[in-house]
Design a protein around this ligand. Structure first.
Ligand code: PEP
Ligand code: MG
Length: 868
């Protein structure tokens, strides 16, 4: 039978899966000889066993942990349940993957009336004993017995009001005893410590299924099947008096990444007081003056832990009557900027390798370099300042609850969520908000940690505002009143709150970021191109490292006001002569635009896709547009209506699109190819090196490709005849219908490259319309009928299988063929990993995703990651 209970000296940091992250790290610290209060861990596999048995604890479990408990008692020199010399426990959840603050914690477990009295005598500190007991009762009732915690808060509030007290420090031992008496009328509290322990273990297991834990797992892509371990650890007390305290610290600054020890501390306080943001903490340096030896010990410990784990650590410690204890260490959450700086610094310090650095920077972190920032020159109307908890700039309407945030966002508004502090219940609001502003809480408060993790701009601890939820407003110390729906801007990098919509500058890079990207380029095999049509987008893409254009959607080049009517006229033409007239005009636009692209992408491939317009997007629909078009092109309105009507399709997505247009109107294709090749000739004559790739969209069989290739080659001959320049063009196709994927071996006979159009391939594999999926996909996701949105993250089972068949069979037919992907999935890290594994040559994505794709491609090449 597998061992269910491990003592702290029986595991190591490599046992995360079995002992949870917290438990594994407590074992590791114990083995390193650090002062860790002793304890034991019940494994995650016991949690799975519990669920499998229909939520029943294994029969032998209690017996097993009682053996461990005996050993802990000996080590701590105190006994669980002994009024003369009581040992108390903290009982906490701990998943294999960090889920900060998402699950249950119970402190001071093992107290009852008799033991509390004993504790009061033993410690000579009755106030402390009864304070601990009342905290335990309310926490136990709330977490284990499901009694609303607000009830207890309410009782304390009432008691203080009727006894003329405001703060906890004014409460005496007798006051707390009275509170305990009242509490006991609210809950049928179990006096037996072993019953308490058993109930707590069960509650921790059950906490795995609370809605907030489920939401967190969904967001962080953590599998539901892992389960949680239970860590049972001897209590030490930071609230024992003025020579006690609790703190949390990071071995480097989690916002900037600077290599400076950074932490927050409160004297005479329990750990929960520091993280909850109820009291505003002091910087950890405050310890240096009052308890220099302890500060030294803490400082040495954090240096040791960082070296040992080779990563920035987030630590929790407690001081009880001048004795230092380590309670937790884990890899610290950090902003995108910090994550890049720390990874690059650690390579320079010789702590980690370049590949490890790449694995430390998640593609999401890269967004920080790409987010808008509040323009410093444009800052006006700064109405308050708080802590710069999560960087970037955000503007939106003020809302005061997560529900309001969701409602406003559903209406298409951007919102700033303003809360006194946040709890896991607020996550659904934080997820949709552009920014978060809280009145209370430090840099390690819930709001700060969660927003930073999500990359949502946040300001916490903004003591210069007072929120009035009832009236839906906040006032600043300077006397400004901001009401619900007023627009404000947050600068999460400086902590400044401003009235109105302040302009933001484009995101800026950093030397460290560039260094990391250079490493990414060195360690990746997949090339990264961009989907771009305009010279501005193409230039941005190249600046961000694109190695060519993977998809130029030519139909997007005709949307401008001065072009759309020519395009419409061409579509509405009634005979070839009329169509040719407009094609000649379009030729001019097309040639000039593509020349620009060749110049920007000098020396790199530019894949130009032949026209693939869902025709309905181009035709005029409003009376005004029809009237304007009529006067512009000199065609009667009635005629335009009649033709438009005749072109209406029942299902335009599966209609007259893509290469079907070339089949019916070869002259359109001929015009486009002439424009591409003429632009290439001009570019070459001007000293540039164009590499045009002509791509045929939406094919279903090789006959289409043969027909269209003939048109293409004929047009190329027309342009090049008599010219001395040679243009290194290629002809390829998009694989975006299931039939094309399944016939790729035949397609390969004709083409030199294939690019997977996974937007359409997903649409046609699922039969989910790209345009209408918003109506039902949210329900599919909520009901877990699909794991991810298949239009975001490539469905490997079906779409991926089609791609695999296409690659394997076409490569067998023509080994030199090149493969790319240009659907939206080309910028999605998980899909990029799949493309890497499939052996594609490049991914193509929107310009701003290029750096993310470069890093994702390198990560796919150097290691595996659960978060991908
Ligand atoms: C695709 O279908 O994946 C694709 C890139 O083409 P579009 O999105 O233009 O249909
Ligand atoms: Mg397509």
């Amino acid at each position: 039978m597998a061992k269910r209970v491990y003592l702290f000296n029986e595991g190591s940091k490599d046992d995360r899966e079995l002992l949870g992250g917290k438990g594994a790290n407590l074992c590791e610290m114990t083995n390193l000889g650090l002062p860790v209060p002793y304890g034991f861990i019940i494994t995650t596999s016991t949690c799975r066993e519990y669920f499998k048995a229909g939520n029943r604890l294994p029969a032998l479990l209690e017996q097993e942990y009682r053996v461990a408990l005996d050993i802990v008692e000996k080590k701590m020199g105190a006994r669980f349940g002994d009024p003369e010399n009581p040992l108390l426990f903290s009982v906490r959840s701990g998943a294999p993957v960090s889920m900060p603050g998402m699950m249950s914690t119970i402190l001071n477990l093992g107290l009852n009336d008799e033991i509390t009295e004993g504790l009061a005598i033993k410690t000579g500190n009755a106030r402390f004993a009864y304070d601990s007991y009342r905290r335990f009762i309310s926490m136990f009732a709330d977490v284990v017995m499901g009694v609303d915690g607000q009830k207890f808060e309410h009782e304390i509030h009432q008691y203080k009001a009727t006894h003329g007290k405001t703060f906890d420090v004014e409460m005496s031992a007798q006051d707390w005893q009275e509170i305990i008496r009242i509490y006991k009328t609210l809950v049928d509290f179990p006096e037996d410590p072993f019953t308490q322990l058993k109930m707590a273990v069960e509650a921790v297991f059950m906490s795995w299924h609370t809605p907030r834990a489920i939401v967190y797992r969904e967001m962080a892509n953590i599998p539901d099947t892992l389960g949680t371990a239970v860590t049972v650890q001897a209590m030490v007390f930071g609230n024992f008096g003025d020579d006690s305290g609790s703190g949390v610290a990071f071995t480097r600054n989690p916002s900037t990444g600077e290599h400076l020890f950074f932490g927050e501390f409160l004297f005479n306080a329990a750990g929960e007081d520091v993280v909850s943001g109820v009291r505003t903490p002091l910087p950890v340096e405050a310890l240096k003056e009052r308890q220099p030896d302890i500060y030294d010990q803490l400082f040495r410990t954090q240096v040791l832990l960082e070296k040992h784990y080779r990563d920035m650590q987030d630590i929790e410690f407690t001081i009880q009557e001048g004795v230092f204890y380590m309670l937790q260490t884990r890899s610290g959450k950090r902003t995108g900027r910090a994550s890049v700086k720390i990874a690059v610094d650690m390579v320079k310090e010789g702590l980690i390798t370049e590949s490890e650095a790449l694995m430390r920077v998640s593609p999401d972190h890269v967004e920080a370099f790409l987010h808008p920032m509040v323009d410093p020159a444009a800052k006006t109307d700064i109405i308050a300042k708080g802590l710069p908890a999560s960087p970037g700039g955000a503007t939106g309407r003020v809302v005061f609850s997560a529900e309001e945030a969701e409602e406003e966002v559903a209406k298409g508004h951007r919102v700033i969520l303003v809360r006194r502090e946040t709890t896991p219940e607020d996550i659904h609001g934080m997820k949709v908000a552009a920014g978060v502003l809280t009145e209370l809480g430090g840099m390690t408060s819930h709001a700060a940690v969660v927003a930073r993790g999500m990359g949502v701009c946040a300001i916490t601890g903004c003591a210069q505002i007072s929120i009035n939820y009832a009236e839906g407003l906040f006032t600043t110390h300077a006397g400004v009143t901001v009401r619900r729906d007023d627009v404000i801007t947050l600068d999460g990098t400086t902590g400044e709150v401003m009235l109105g919509d302040i302009p933001k500058t484009e995101a800026s890079s950093s030397d460290d970021f560039q260094t990391l990207l250079t490493w990414a380029d060195k360690h990746r095999r997949l090339k990264v191109r961009a989907n771009a049509e305009t010279p501005t987008d193409a230039a941005k893409a190249r600046e961000l490292g694109a190695e060519g254009i993977g998809l130029c959607r030519t139909e997007h080049m005709f949307f401008d006001a001065d072009r759309i009517d020519v395009m419409r006229a061409m579509i509405l033409a009634e005979d070839l002569e009329e169509r040719q007239k407009y094609l000649d005009i379009l030729f001019g636009f097309q040639r000039a635009d593509i020349l620009q692209l060749f110049k920007v992408m000098d020396g790199l491939p530019v894949t130009v896709r032949l026209l693939d317009p869902p025709l309905h997007e181009f035709l005029p629909s409003s009376d005004e547009d029809i009237a304007a078009l009529a006067s512009h092109i000199g065609k009667p309105e009635t005629k335009i209506r009649q033709i438009t009507e005749s072109m209406k399709e029942v299902n335009p997505m599966l209609g007259f699109r893509g290469c079907r247009l070339s089949v019916v109107y070869p002259e359109i294709t001929a015009m486009q190819v002439r424009a591409i090749i003429t632009a290439a000739v001009e570019a070459t004559e001007q000293g540039f090196k164009p590499f045009p790739e002509i791509m045929i969209p939406l094919v279903v069989n090789v006959r289409e490709i043969r027909l269209i290739t003939d048109i293409i080659e004929q047009a190329i001959r027309e342009v090049l005849t008599g010219k001395t320049v040679s243009i290194p063009y290629k002809i390829g196709t998009m694989v975006e219908t299931p039939r094309a994927a399944l016939s790729a071996d035949r397609l390969a006979e004709v083409v030199e490259f294939m690019s997977f159009g996974t937007n359409d391939l997903t649409q046609m594999t699922y039969g989910f319309s790209r345009d209408d999926v918003g109506r039902f996909l949210p329900a599919y996701l909520a009901k877990k009928l699909v794991e991810n949105d298949p239009f975001v993250s490539l469905d490997q089972r079906a779409v991926g299988r089609l791609m695999q068949i296409a690659v394997t069979e076409s490569r067998a037919r023509k080994p030199g063929i090149k493969y790319g992907i240009c659907g939206e999935h080309g910028g999605d890290p998980r899909s990029i990993r799949f493309c890497h594994e499939l052996g594609l040559d490049y991914v193509s994505c929107s310009p701003y995703r290029v750096p993310i794709a470069r890093i994702a491609a390198a990560r796919a090449n150097v290691g595996e990651d659960l978060q991908d």
